[in-house]
Write a protein that binds this ligand. Sequence first.
Ligand code: SF4
Length: 343
Amino acid sequence: MTIMSKVAKNSPIPNWQQELSAAYSNPAELLAYLGLHVDDMSLFHEAAEKFPLLVTHSYAQRMKKSSWSDPLLRQVLPHPDELLSSPAYLSDPVGDGLASVSPGLLHKYHGRALLIATGACAIHCRYCFRREFPYSNNSANRSQLTSIKQYLAANNEINEIILSGGDPLTLGDSKFSHLFDALSNIEQIERIRIHTRLPIVLPSRINTLLLSTLRASNKKVVMVIHANHANELSDEVADVLLKLKDHGVTLLNQTVLLKGINDDLDSLEQLSLRLFNCHTLPYYLHVLDKVAGAMHFDKNEEDSLKLYEKLQQRLPGYLVPKLVREESGKPYKTLLAHSPQNH
Ligand code: SF4
């Protein structure tokens, strides 16, 4: 019996939180499900001790069986290559520490502030630039909301709040609604942007209550969904993205360029085309943030630029994401190449 069918048996109404608590956290179990085997798992476990495996069954079901090179598996499987180190790869490559202005609030860019809503995720992406973020003393709980509002009031040029984490949609329904409603009631805020992988890795999270909360807001709501490969965008994912769009949410995507996962022309082209069919516009293509443990995913800049130029030749301009890098202390993202005029 699969875990998902166990969930269904134990509860007549399976919900997203039950699915989340049933996620894979043991590399050997995930590999067994996929029909993969290694004699010695010790280095995989060592990598998992630094940053544990976490992946939902829904996402694992989209992986190809018996394939070590599956692009979804490679995003989540702790790997011995993560134990390689170099001084160029840091615990805080984008300068989150420098931008922290209040517990749970980062202010890097003009007009926007980023709120760390939670440290929890539904998936652990091996390339995550917040792998080592100190969430325990830097997440915005209810008691910190007052000081966050005071900071916003003192900086009234901020008119966009970015909900990040962790993944803000892992907050329970009532906690999320409370936070979202509180932000919606701040007059100076015009847009609320949610950065999340949940529509992709746990589509059941996009439930009626969440949709009603988003629709009820008097602010413009933007969701950035962080897909890296077209295989992530199943029909179920497409359905929830349509629901989000129908509830007034503007959908954008940002991708990380990952060596061995999506650093080829066909993968990037297919991703943009599939996103568009899922009502989502490609927004950013990020080169890897140089975080410790992820150097094996880094593609050199010259090759990245050549690949990007070919992508521009393949797609209409509105489907070509901007190729960017985030740099610590810089008040905007660095454009590595200009996306073309629409044509
Ligand atoms: S979902 Fe986002 S915050 Fe969580 S591990 Fe993946 S990249 Fe990092």
